[in-house]
Design a protein around this ligand. Structure first.
Ligand SMILES: [Fe+2]
Length: 195
């Protein structure tokens, strides 16, 4: 294009069309930016309001602690069921889910594993007793608010409210819990060689 000829027709330079940048050539290599423009200029392409999801054990532990500290979030949701343990899914994210559970005195999970899931849990209110079964023997520990329990895939345990007060707990599973095998304690001792 020869610009001098164009200037003669229109002296107002402000209306001159700006020279366009040369289109990228295939040989230059293309990226999402060269094809679609700057994604940060389009909120629907580069949302910044999405929550940051945890991806590590430390991140999951932090999330559980944050939920525990946010009493106004979980307390209104808690229900108690005299016939069976009550539970509700509190939150899901990519690769994890969080459950809220309540335990009346005497209610127990029975011995179980969590399939392929590992997890983090804490007691929000009251006290729970965990009985775990490992090759090293049978263990028992009291869990109270403030303590954090992390368990790996294959962990075998039983949770029970052995106190006289209702209890509430929060459990994060990763990946999400799709399998929970129940065991008879005696049969499991045989299976794991624990006597
Ligand atoms: Fe469990």
């Amino acid at each position: 294009m020869r610009m001098p000829r164009f200037r003669k027709r229109n002296r107002d330079r402000k209306q001159f069309p700006l020279p366009r940048a040369a289109a990228p050539r295939w040989s230059d290599g293309l990226s999402d930016v060269s094809i679609a423009g700057d994604p940060t200029a389009f909120p629907h392409l580069a949302r910044t309001d999405l929550p940051a999801h945890p991806t590590t054990v430390a991140g999951y532990a932090r999330l559980v602690r944050e939920i525990a500290a946010d009493r106004a979030r979980w307390e209104p949701l808690v229900r108690y069921d005299a016939l069976t343990r009550w539970y509700a899914r509190l939150e899901t994210g990519p690769g994890y889910e969080v459950w809220l559970l309540s335990w009346l005195p005497g209610q127990s999970s029975g011995f179980h594993d969590h399939g392929r899931s590992s997890g983090v849990m804490t007691v929000l209110q009251g006290e729970l007793t965990e009985r775990s079964l490992t090759a090293g023997g049978e263990g028992s520990r009291a869990l109270a608010p403030g303590g954090l329990r992390v368990f790996a895939t294959g962990h075998l345990h039983e949770m029970v409210n052995a106190s006289l007060e209702p209890a509430v707990s929060v459990h994060l599973y990763t990946p999400g819990l799709v399998e929970m095998n129940q065991y008879q304690a005696s049969a499991e001792r045989q299976r794991h060689g624990v006597h």
